[in-house]
Every structure is written in structure tokens, then in C-alpha cells.
Design a protein around this ligand. Structure first.
Ligand SMILES: Nc1ncnc2c1ncn2[C@@H]1O[C@H](COP(=O)(O)OP(=O)(O)OP(=O)(O)O)[C@@H](O)[C@H]1O
Ligand SMILES: [Mg+2]
Length: 481
């Protein structure tokens, strides 16, 4: 796009234009040529348009008109003859028309330049560049912001998929390539979020949104936007971190309160058990033997024992919160929802999640909030079990399948520290935990929820490492919710 030249740089071109106009004037005066010479003034106007703004072009046009009129009586031959006058008029009209057209063109160019300047500014503010391409491996169009996002200088490299891939995080390259190939093959747009790896080692995040465009001379191509979402992504991560810190603090506080009340509630019956235990021993003593009294006291021991276990049951009930609300559940959707929720948490812990979902599962009856709580607990436990693993990838597989009798099975398999024979018997007991910050209630609550759904939850070792937790939900016909 042509830019009006600065005042300082105009001196030489202006002298050139005057010389050009003077030369044309001389030819006009000396030779019998008329229209053709006048038309040469059009060049003067064109040259002026690349140096001046609209006023400058108008001045140049008027000057050319003046020169062509002054030259008329001075040129050889009979200037007042019929044909000579018509020739001159054609020349004058030609110069006027070209001046007007060039001026109009200049206005359009100015508007275009302004609009591009605004667009560049807006793209920079919104951190969104534009991109367009016709052939997956061919040259693309990149806007200035796109060059900036990929941290290339325009001209430093050809704007191609290869240049994009060179800046893409190695783990995301395949995905980007496949997505683009698929978009061209199936002629559809796509939206993809992925990481960039910058030359200085910084990881940034972009979101590319595209659609198929047929506006390019009937040829299909892809146009799209490349958004730099690093700031938003970091803010979301920060928020998630703050939320999980908050959750941890809340949990620790609740645990503290709960522990105090549990201690108080259980201490009373336990004191009773101990006191009554001594009394039983007393009545069983040879010298004071009294079987009736021993029996009554032993019954008190039992009663106090029951009271203590009642307290534990109540706490479990308390932690389960609401009674189950039975609705139709799509287990795959439920798993997807939980994994979405934990996406950032798992990414921060370097856990790779794989899903093995059965394609056509029937709906099961259950309480979606409670079942989500179960899957969430199992996934968090799996991630916890892998937190100290460094010698192998931390892979968590979450899947679903249909059992032989039409029941729904959900499994969560990790590659963590696994379960030894002794622990496996204890993990479902209340308050059993091997974690510094654990409460040991997760699996107890999960088992109560699943049993309340008429199902079963159990653990087994996974091959070659880790543990697998599975639960089954009865099919609708057998659901007793
Ligand atoms: N996937 C697993 N691999 C190995 N051990 C596990 C796994 N899941 C649970 N465990 C063991 O079972 C124990 C009990 O788990 P549970 O979920 O009941 O409590 P927690 O995770 O310790 O605490 P919280 O109440 O916060 O969930 C854990 O402390 C851990 O020792
Ligand atoms: Mg747990």
C-alpha cells in the first residue's frame, strides 16, 4: 500500500515531477503532437499520487491542465483549427478524469490504511491474529499479530504449517497436524487449544478457531483466528490453585472440628466400656463371683460399644450429606464431567488421563452428585498414589463397561504405589489413612454410596503396577434406590 512521502523526502521527487512536466510541455510546444502529449501529463498525476496526499494530487492535476492550455497557442500548426481544438479538449478531459480517479483511489487507500491500522491495534489489544491458508502444507497468510504470537519477524521465515509446528510444544504437534489435515479432508472448521514452546523455553497457550471459506475465487480455504490465551490460562490455573488451597484449608479446619467432636462423642462410651469392663472382671473374680451382675455389666459394655459405633455411623451419614436422588445416569458423561472438573488439578500433578469408555452403555439409575463424588474420590486417590512415582509415567485410566448381566461397571486404574495384602483389608475402614493430610473417610463414604445404590465397590492390584478400584451399579430392573 502506498504511503504519502514525508515533507523532507518530497524535494527530489518534486523537482523530478517539475522536470517531467517541463519536458512534456517542451514536446507539446515544439512538436505538432497534441492529445498524445497531453496524455503524458497523466504520468505526472500518477507520480504525484505516490508522493502527495489529495491536495497535492489536485495541485499537480491543475498545474498539468494549466500547462496543456498554455501550450496550445504555442504549439506548431494551426492551434485554432477544428481538429486541433477537439484534440486539446480530449487531452484536458483526460487529465481531469485521471486526476479525479487518482484522488478517489487515494481516499480509498487512506480509508483502507486507517482500517488496517485499527485492525492491527485491535488484534494487538485482543491478542488475536488472523490466519488463512488454502493448502495444508502451503504458504499461509498471517496478520502482524500472528507473527508476534509465534514470535517470528515477518520475512524471517515462510508463514507455513512447518513454522507453526516449530513453535508448537512437541507433545501437541501431532494433534495440531492431525486436526488441520482432518479439517482440509472433511472440509470443516475446527477449534483447538494447544501449547507453544518458545525459543527461550517459555510455554504459552493458544486457541485456534477456524472455518472453511469459499470466498477466495471459488477455491476453498481455511480462515481463522489465533488467540494468545496464555494470560487467561495462567489466571485460571492460579484460581484453581487458590481454590484447591482453600478446599484443603477448609477440609483441615472441618477435620479439626470433626476430630474434636468425634473424640468427645466416642470418649464417653469408651470410658463406660473400660469402667464396666473392670466391673465385669470384678464380678468374675473367684471371691466376688456373681454371674448375674457380670452379665448385666457385660450388657452395659455391649451397649456402650454399640453407642460408639453408632457415633461413627452418624458421622459417615453426615459426610454423605443428602439422601440419594435417583435419576437416569449416563456413566460416560458422569466420568467426563469429573475429569473435566479435575483437568487442571491432574495436569498440575503431571498425571496423564486415559479413558476407556464403553460406546453404548444403557442408562443407570442413581444419584449423579453422589456417584460423581465416588469417581472423584477414586481419581484423587489414584493421583495421590502416583504422587511419589518418578520412575514411570503417571497414567490414570478411567473407564466403563457393561457387565455380563447388564450392570454398569466403572473402573479407575493407576500406576501408583499399589496396595499390599495388609492394607487392602483396611482401606475401606473409617479413618484408615496413610496420608499426612488424609482423613481416611474417602473410600468408606464411596462404599456406602455404592452399597446404597445396590452395587459393590472393591479394590484389586493392577498389572504391572498400581491399584484398580471398580464399582458396579445394578441395571435398572434391579436398582433398589
Ligand atoms: N489408588 C490407591 N492406591 C494405593 N493406595 C490407595 C489407593 N486408594 C486408597 N489407598 C489407600 O487407602 C487409604 C484410604 O483411602 P481413603 O480415600 O479412604 O482416605 P484418604 O485418601 O487417605 O483420605 P480422604 O478421606 O481425604 O480421602 C489411603 O490413605 C491409601 O493408603
Ligand atoms: Mg481419599
Amino acid at each position: 500500500m502506498s504511503q504519502p512521502v514525508s515533507r523532507h523526502d518530497r524535494v527530489l521527487p518534486t523537482i523530478g515531477i517539475i522536470a517531467l512536466a517541463a519536458g512534456i510541455f517542451a514536446i507539446d510546444v515544439i512538436t505538432p503532437l497534441e492529445v498524445s502529449v497531453s496524455i503524458l501529463y497523466v504520468f505526472v498525476v500518477l507520480v504525484a499520487s505516490s508522493i502527495y496526499g489529495r491536495t497535492g494530487i489536485l495541485v499537480a492535476g491543475l498545474a498539468c491542465e494549466a500547462l496543456t492550455l498554455i501550450a496550445h497557442p504555442l504549439s506548431p500548426g494551426d492551434p485554432w483549427s477544428h481538429w486541433s481544438l477537439i484534440d486539446r479538449v480530449i487531452g484536458v478531459v483526460g487529465i481531469a478524469m485521471s486526476t479525479l480517479l487518482v484522488m478517489r483511489n487515494q481516499s480509498t487507500m487512506d480509508a483502507l490504511q486507517r482500517s488496517e491500522a485499527f485492525l492491527v491495534e485491535a488484534q494487538q489489544l485482543g491478542r488475536t491474529g488472523s490466519v488463512g491458508w488454502r493448502d495444508p502444507r502451503g504458504e499461509q497468510y498471517w496478520s502482524r499479530e500472528t507473527w508476534r504470537i509465534y514470535r517470528y519477524e515477518p520475512g524471517q521465515t515462510a508463514p507455513t504449517l512447518a513454522a507453526m509446528l516449530a513453535r508448537t510444544h512437541p507433545d501437541d504437534r501431532r494433534l495440531l497436524e492431525q486436526t488441520i489435515e482432518k479439517a482440509f479432508r472433511e472440509q470443516t472448521g475446527f477449534a483447538l487449544e494447544h501449547r507453544l514452546s518458545m525459543p527461550d523455553g517459555e510455554t504459552r497457550y493458544v486457541r485456534i478457531v477456524t472455518r472453511i471459506a469459499r470466498e477466495w475465487a471459488g477455491e476453498a480455504g481455511i480462515v481463522g483466528a489465533v488467540m494468545d490465551i496464555t494470560a487467561a490460562r495462567r489466571a485460571a490455573d492460579e484460581l484453581q490453585r487458590a481454590q484447591s488451597d482453600l478446599a484443603r484449608v477448609t477440609r483441615a479446619t472441618t477435620m479439626g472440628q470433626l476430630a474434636a467432636s468425634i473424640a468427645h462423642e466416642i470418649n464417653q462410651p469408651l470410658t463406660g466400656v473400660v469402667t464396666n469392663g473392670h466391673t465385669v472382671l470384678h464380678w468374675l473374680n473367684e471371691r466376688t463371683l456373681n454371674l448375674d451382675k457380670a452379665r448385666t455389666t457385660a450388657e452395659r459394655v455391649l451397649r456402650d460399644g454399640e453407642r460408639a459405633s453408632g457415633v461413627v455411623r452418624r458421622i459417615q451419614g453426615l459426610l454423605m450429606k443428602t439422601p440419594p436422588q435417583a435419576t437416569d445416569i449416563d456413566l460416560n458423561e458422569l466420568i467426563g464431567g469429573v475429569l473435566d472438573l479435575l483437568q487442571t488439578e491432574l495436569r498440575l500433578r503431571d498425571v496423564a488421563v486415559q479413558t476407556e469408555l464403553a460406546p453404548a452403555l444403557p442408562a443407570f439409575l442413581g444419584d449423579s452428585v453422589q456417584l460423581q463424588q465416588v469417581v472423584l474420590n477414586l481419581v484423587i486417590n489414584g493421583a495421590d498414589a502416583m504422587s511419589e512415582v518418578t520412575s514411570r509415567p503417571k497414567v490414570l485410566v478411567v473407564g466403563s463397561r457393561e457387565g455380563d448381566d447388564g450392570e454398569g461397571v466403572v473402573f479407575v486404574r493407576d500406576s501408583g504405589i499399589g496396595l499390599d495384602r495388609e492394607t487392602v483389608d483396611k482401606i475401606f475402614s473409617p479413618f484408615f489413612t496413610t496420608k499426612a493430610r488424609g482423613m481416611g473417610m474417602g473410600l468408606t463414604i464411596c462404599r456406602s454410596i455404592i452399597e446404597a445404590h445396590g452395587g459393590r465397590l472393591w479394590a484389586s492390584p493392577a498389572e504391572p503396577h498400581g491399584a484398580q478400584f471398580q464399582f458396579i451399579l445394578p441395571n435398572k430392573a434391579h436398582a433398589d434406590l
